[in-house]
Design a protein. Structure first.
Length: 768
């Protein structure tokens, strides 16, 4: 049984066929405000370019290379690149932008294009770039692109081995080699549909690879100068042996020995097989035929990535009619150049003898390939994800209406606005879009935002990480031999388990703080609802707070300022006992509440949390004002955004009722209405940074409290009557200490500056 038949005959294999590991790489030039190549050094805030696993330089010091690790989906791989672009953008010198096009910006004279500079043990990388500049010219090396990496899951090959009776290593090699050969045959289709480099700036003069002369670039009908014969390629077509991995590697070494290549990486094939650490086993396939799309903020639309994935899957299933020897390789090269120069215009015809219908329209042959993909992939694998079908049909429509294709619209935009103005406009638009959700790590949006921010800081500093348990936000950070386990961004090895348990228990926390002379609210603890309810005569008429002994995010907490309603008192007790077997009833402390965030007994941020509120305009109801405020992209649900949406539930209705209001009430213009008594961000509150606005004596109180419990990372909540007056025995109270404080509220406050707690935690852990 052949491999394609074996895959189609097993239901589990058919499902695994759509899964895999996806990795993306993209190169970007840094440009100044005029669209000229930047001459500044690699941004220092991005760490060492020779050691960074995700962000480095390519040929030029002004040419960034961004690399995602292998991810479980195209969406997460693209999300990783999106986050890398945002990280890079935040570190660019003022006035610089990322160039959103494969063809370079306005270039200086050839010798003025700066090579990437590496020092010490990495200095050989600079020497290699000097060699490349002599052979290919510096201008050609600034042409940038994106790479698509794919591998099937190990389970897929294990099952395919059992199904065919072949050794797993043999199955893997056979399938990957077949995919590479078919992708090399049919790559012209992908080049034609994904080409986005139809024009070049007048400053681009490429070194003629035979004569060595610098010649201007002109491509009247093209779709991808980058993938054409004058683009990014070797001086001459070089053969490759795809009959086995060993023959392929031997062929590369022969080219090096013959002086055709300096090293195997210099063979610029559009499709590469990449080997594992043993140098003999194929680890994944790399496609290097995708131009940067100027219309997309990441340069790689999901539609394009899905088409590449479909091309990979089709290559695994398509029958082979020849051995793909040197003659067929040359013809495939010619066809790639032809489609890159002509696209699918009416004048583009296939002249390669290897094609089914030489001399016929390339658009017709592309349509026939689409029909074959439809039959072999979608027809045989009905479990295909719906978005793939949508992307597939979108590209089929592009073929049918080529005059209105994306690349032709791109060409029109460039010709109308000018090469530099068009791309600068796109760069500016992309920068705004990337910055609008800068709080997200787009590959891991299911994680709590504090964890996303810590991972994003790790990426910025070049720290490797692994997600051990997504549901519990359990991660492992590592750099070299150093490793740290972190849960929910702030549970780390810095704190003892007993310290965490002490902070988790509010009664114990208060007792320890009092023993160290730190003011806390007076109160009592209760083990049963009956016991707590019996104290109504004692607390009636006194402002109190009722809360579970162990709680987070304000869950189960009730504030009763007047406490004259026995029903509300009993309800508050019931709500607290629903969350824990023990509760506290404490005196309510008047003043404003502030969150002090401490790392190693130092206050690093202070936040004022304002209860959920709206401001009236004299026209809209409270309900409508809440809905409008919730449209803010910073607000979401489930702790994956800096702020939570304001709810319109029973708790909010009750608090409005206590003010003589309801959801349909219309506040006066400028009137602020509070929908909650408690100020938790988790219940829709606003976060306002006060780090530089409070008398420093309160920071000393917070540090003393942290030392009293022996805690290294904590969020301390303090009520302060007057922030301008120094602390004394009667004007403040520590009401809570949190063992797992959120960092996102300090990194992205409703008002105020980012206090970079993500990086401070990495520093405390010894990574930076």
């Amino acid at each position: 049984m052949d491999l394609a038949s074996a895959i189609r005959s097993n239901e589990r294999l058919k499902r695994l066929f759509w899964q895999g590991k996806f990795g993306l790489e993209t190169e970007r030039l840094r440009v100044d405000s005029k669209g000229c190549l930047a001459h500044s050094p690699h941004p220092a805030g991005l760490g060492s370019k020779s050691e960074h696993p995700f962000i480095t330089t390519d040929f030029s010091e002004s040419q960034l290379e961004l690399i995602s690790p292998p991810m479980d989906s195209l969406e997460s791989a693209r999300g990783f690149i999106q986050t890398l672009l945002n990280v890079v953008q935040s570190e660019l010198p003022e006035g610089e932008q990322l160039w959103p096009q494969s063809m370079p910006c306005a270039l200086p004279d050839e010798e003025q294009i700066p090579l990437a500079r590496f020092d010490g043990d990495a200095s050989g990388r600079t020497e290699y770039r000097e060699y490349l500049s002599r052979i290919y010219g510096r201008s050609r090396q600034t042409i940038s692109g994106s790479h698509f990496n794919f591998s099937f899951l190990p389970e897929f090959f294990e099952l395919l081995s059992r199904e065919t009776g072949l050794a797993e290593a043999e199955v893997k090699e056979q399938l990957y080699l077949k995919m590479v050969r078919n992708l090399m045959r049919d790559r012209w289709l992908l080049v034609g549909l994904l080409g986005r480099s139809p024009l070049a700036h007048e400053s681009l003069h490429l070194k003629e690879l035979v004569s060595g002369k610098l010649i201007p670039v002109c491509c009247k009908h093209g779709v991808s100068i980058r993938c054409s014969a004058i683009g990014y390629r070797n001086p001459e077509s070089l053969p490759a042996d795809y009959s086995s991995v060993q023959n392929y590697l031997d062929g590369l070494n022969a080219l090096v020995s013959a002086g055709k290549l300096l090293n195997p990486n210099e063979l610029y094939l559009p499709v590469r097989m990449k080997t594992a650490s043993d140098g003999k086993t194929i680890s994944h396939i790399e496609l290097r035929i995708m131009d940067i799309d100027p219309e997309d903020p990441t340069g790689m639309p999901l539609d394009a990535l899905r088409l590449l994935h479909l091309g990979v899957l089709f290559a695994a299933l398509k029958d082979e009619n020849d051995a793909f020897e040197w003659e067929q390789q040359i013809e495939a090269d010619h066809l790639q150049n032809q489609i890159a120069c002509w696209g699918f215009s009416e004048d583009a015809t296939a002249f390669c003898e290897a094609q089914p219908n030489p001399g016929s329209s390339l658009r017709l042959q592309a349509s026939e390939l689409f029909d074959d993909i439809e039959r072999r992939v979608f027809g045989a694998f009905p479990v295909a994800p719906a978005p793939y079908r949508q992307s597939f049909e979108s590209y089929r429509s592009t073929l049918e209406d080529w005059n209105n294709s994306p690349v032709n619209k791109l060409k029109q935009g460039i010709e109308t606005q000018g090469f530099i103005p068009y791309h600068l406009q796109q760069a500016g638009s992309h920068a705004l879009e990337l910055a609008s959700e800068s709080f997200k790590f787009h590959a891991f949006t299911d994680l709590e935002l504090s964890t996303q921010l810590l991972l994003k800081a790790a990426v910025r500093k070049g720290i490797q990480f692994e997600i051990l348990d997504r549901k519990r936000n359990f991660i492992r950070l590592n750099r070299g031999a150093k490793q740290e386990l972190v849960i929910q961004a702030t549970k780390t090895s810095l704190d003892r388990y007993s310290t965490i348990l002490a902070m988790e228990n509010k009664k114990v926390t208060k007792q320890i703080l009092r023993e160290h002379g730190i003011a806390t609210p007076a109160g009592r603890d209760f083990n049963s609802p009956e016991e707590a309810r019996s104290t109504w005569p004692l607390f009636s008429g006194h402002a109190i707070v009722v809360k579970p002994m162990n709680t987070n995010f304000g869950i189960g907490i009730s504030i009763l300022k007047s406490n004259t309603d026995r029903v509300l008192f009993d309800s508050a007790i019931e709500a607290a006992f629903r969350e824990d077997q023990q509760i506290l009833i404490e005196n309510y402390i008047s003043g404003r509440e502030f969150r002090y965030f401490l790392i190693e007994d130092q206050v690093v941020a202070i936040l004022h949390r304002v209860p959920a509120n709206i401001t009236g305009d004299g026209r809209l109801s409270i309900r409508a004002l809440v809905e409008r405020k919730n449209l803010d992209p910073l607000r979401g649900k489930g702790y994956v955004t800096p702020l939570e949406r304001i709810a319109l539930n029973a708790a909010e209705a009750q608090h409005l009722k206590s003010q003589g209001l309801n959801f349909d009430s219309i506040p006066a213009e400028g009137e602020t209405v509070y929908l909650r008594e408690n100020s938790n961000i988790s219940t829709g509150g606003d976060s306002i940074d006060f780090s530089d606005r409070i008398h420093p004596s309160y920071a000393r109180v917070a540090s003393a409290a942290a030392n009293a419990l022996g805690v290294k990372i904590t969020g301390l909540d303090m009520i302060i009557q007057d922030i301008d007056q120094p602390a004394n025995a009667d004007n403040h109270s520590v009401i809570e200490m949190n063992f797992n404080p959120a960092i996102h509220i300090h990194c992205h406050p409703f008002q105020g500056e980012n206090r970079r707690l993500d990086e401070r935690i990495l520093s405390a852990l010894g990574f930076i």
